[in-house]
Design a protein around this ligand. Structure first.
Ligand code: 5GP
Ligand code: ZN
Length: 107
């Protein structure tokens, strides 16, 4: 857990969020400032700064992020209509929270 990381705090229950899913490795919660009617964040509990910092050993975790995203899309009922999955990478890619997270966006 990283000091002064809001997503570490949320993932470890030390800051509030609108939590939709949790297992040992991943949490899913609603984005505080949604860009779309459905805007979820799929977040590993492990602190990884960005996609640039993924290690080979994280490949299982990364696959699980996508699997959980697909399950969440079904759960909130946007799977058939369709949705976007997005990683912003570093400042130039629009990343503002430097703890890896996958956006699930649906209109
Ligand atoms: P990024 O631009 O880093 O890919 O996305 C960060 C996202 O996290 C933004 O959409 C922003 O609204 C959301 N966010 C920032 N702080 C918080 C927070 O404290 N709680 C929640 N639920 N979302 C947050
Ligand atoms: Zn963190």
């Amino acid at each position: 857990m990283e000091k002064e990381c809001i997503f570490c705090d949320i993932a470890h229950g030390k800051a509030p969020c609108d939590l939709l899913f949790e297992n040992e490795r991943i949490v899913v919660f609603k984005d505080i400032k949604p860009h779309c009617p459905t805007h979820l964040l799929i977040v590993p509990k492990k602190h990884i700064r960005s996609v640039n910092d993924l290690a080979e050993e994280d490949s299982g975790l990364l696959a699980e992020l996508f699997y959980v995203a697909k399950e969440m899309a079904e759960k909130v009922g946007v799977d058939k209509k369709g949705y976007k999955l997005l990683f912003n990478v570093e400042k130039g890619g629009g990343q503002v929270i430097f703890h890896l997270h996958l956006h699930l966006l649906a209109k």
